[in-house]
Write a protein that binds this ligand. Structure first.
Ligand code: SME
Length: 165
């Protein structure tokens, strides 16, 4: 049995350190990308308070040619399946290659609402061989839920997962 339940009193840095350690332990040596994303989505949900969605979108072929984001494993309400690159918070993270820390999703032009409860969002790109292959997406029902410490912690997780999803 895996028992990664974090202490509620952890500070943010220590919370991400333990989350990354658990993610490393669960994904090391496992070649199946879906299994690894599913377990990490569950860890994000367990470790990070006040979320309403945590999961992955992967860059994949669109039905009409070219690439787009395709929904991956997640915890939360059913979500948009396909997102064009450059659109929404997730598509912007891919087209810019930069973390998107959005304090108020209603103020983000083109935000794609999958759950009306979402108020703030953090999206971090995952790179492989210099190209974005996926994003980690966190949504919260609280405005300004995410800080630069969350962004740094999630970027560390993204680096760890680069070759594993
Ligand atoms: N809000 C995202 C869409 C994905 S959901 O949050 C799960 C966006 O604007 O890209």
């Amino acid at each position: 049995m895996y028992d990664f339940k974090p202490d509620t009193a952890l500070d943010t840095g220590e919370r991400y350190r333990q989350l990354c350690q658990a993610a490393d332990g669960l994904t090391a040596g496992e070649p199946d990308a879906v299994a690894n994303m599913a377990n990490v989505a569950a860890l994000l949900w367990e470790f990070l308070p006040n979320l309403n969605w945590a999961g992955f979108y992967r860059v994949g072929p669109s039905k009409s040619g070219g690439d787009e984001l395709v929904l991956g494993p997640f915890v939360g309400r059913p979500a948009c399946i396909r997102i064009p690159l450059g659109q929404g918070v997730c598509g912007t993270a891919v087209s810019t290659g930069e973390t998107q820390l959005i304090e108020d999703v209603h103020a983000f032009p083109g935000h794609i609402a999958c759950d009306a409860a979402s108020q703030s969002e953090l999206v971090v790109p995952i790179f492989r061989d210099g190209a974005v292959t996926a994003v980690i997406d966190l949504d919260s029902p609280e405005k300004a839920r995410f800080t630069s410490q969350d962004a740094a912690g999630l970027e560390q997780l993204a680096g760890l997962l680069a070759g594993r999803i």
